[in-house]
Ligand binder design. Structure first.
Ligand SMILES: NC(=O)c1ccc[n+]([C@@H]2O[C@H](COP(=O)([O-])OP(=O)(O)OC[C@H]3O[C@@H](n4cnc5c(N)ncnc54)[C@H](OP(=O)(O)O)[C@@H]3O)[C@@H](O)[C@H]2O)c1
Length: 322
């Protein structure tokens, strides 16, 4: 089979198209014929050698969609449409950057849909992240206000649509005034221009602060995001678009407002159910949720696709088709 192997830690040129043996199905694992997969920023870090315990060579890819080729347990029929995400995929064992992928049963989600594979490929990890952040970490409720820091990201755009569908007031940030209209079109009630500090702008709209913040830029804006919440407000850090893992000079007793709450969402398959994923796919199919896909690359274009993602050129989800 064709697969893209990360031969060693490095720049996108370490991603090499190779011929590999199709993995052999084994008990507790399911062999998937991969159709498409979404690209994720964490795959850049893995490729660069920053993911603990990843040993190269490795077939990366933390998610994929496709059809069951073989399930030795007999639970899933050949041809059943499935998604697979996380659980060590593309890190501890070979992942989705391949024509076939062998994954544990517990990270597989069967679904039915007539959506094109290019669209389906954009869904699993993006939906799992947004749903887990809003529902599990932030426990977002109807009538609350939500500040999305990094609003133009794929995760931010979907978070806005889901929050709006829950009856939440959304404030969305971008550094770029030209993207303001896109955020409004996507459903944001307010757009906040982010020059690094947004606390004053947010307090002009909500003098007592917002209920919840979805922090996608990360450590570089986290202290300021904490200053945007009202009493018992919650900030959830889900992304690190600012590219800084460690936080400098963090003083919890000063930086977290009294009674304020800070949490993170790391993301895992266990936060997703078959019914949640199916329900979301149905919303996309009915047109209630609009996904923005920037480009669909081919498997042999993976080095180019990684470069494109790393250079922040995407204005939507990047998908790769086998
Ligand atoms: N925790 C999890 O389970 C999980 C899962 C998936 C993804 N994530 C994380 O979620 C974040 C969003 O991912 P994504 O794929 O949706 O991103 P994306 O679509 O690639 O985000 C692109 C946007 O990020 C903003 N941006 C880029 N660099 C920035 C910087 N240095 N400072 C501020 N803004 C910057 C830009 O917005 P403007 O130009 O408009 O300002 C750009 O439009 C990433 O950090 C990703 O790793 C987390």
């Amino acid at each position: 089979m064709k697969a893209v192997v990360t031969t060693k830690a490095g720049d996108p040129s370490v991603l090499k198209l190779k011929e590999l043996e199709v993995p052999k199905a084994k008990k507790g694992w399911v062999l998937i014929k991969v159709r498409t997969f979404g690209l994720n920023r964490s795959e850049i870090f893995t490729r660069q050698g920053h993911s603990p315990n990843v040993v190269f060579p490795r077939v990366q890819g933390i998610e994929c969609v496709g059809e069951v080729e073989e399930d030795p347990s007999g639970v899933l029929a050949k041809g059943q449409k499935v998604a697979a995400i996380m659980g060590g995929m593309g890190r501890a064992f070979d992942g989705g950057y391949a024509a076939y992928c062998l994954v544990p049963q517990k990270i597989i989600f069967p679904f039915e849909s007539s959506l094109p594979w290019d669209v389906l490929g954009a869904i699993p990890e993006m939906f799992q992240t947004v749903s887990g952040s809003l529902n599990e970490a932030l426990e977002l409720k109807k009538g609350e206000s939500l500040l999305i820091r990094g609003g133009t990201s794929s995760i931010g755009m979907l978070a806005c649509q889901l929050a709006k569908s829950m009856g939440v007031v959304v404030l969305s940030t971008t550094r770029n005034p030209n993207k303001k209209e896109a955020l409004i079109q996507n459903g944001a009630d307010y757009v906040v221009l982010d020059g690094g500090l947004v606390g004053d702008q947010v307090r002009k709209i909500y003098p007592n602060g917002v209920h919840k913040v979805l922090e996608l830029i990360g450590t570089v804006t986290l202290k300021d995001s904490l200053q945007c919440i009202g009493k018992k407000g919650v900030v959830c850090m889900t992304g690190i678009l600012g590219n800084e893992w460690d936080m400098k000079n963090f003083t919890p007793m000063e930086d977290i407002p009294s009674l304020g709450r800070l949490t993170v969402y790391g993301g895992d398959a266990e936060n997703l159910t078959n019914a949640d994923l199916q329900n979301f796919i149905d919303l996309v199919e009915s047109g209630s949720i609009k996904l923005k896909i920037d480009t669909v690359f081919k498997l042999d274009q993976l080095p180019e696709a990684h470069r494109y993602m790393e250079n922040n050129r995407a204005k939507g989800k990047l998908v790769v088709a086998i």
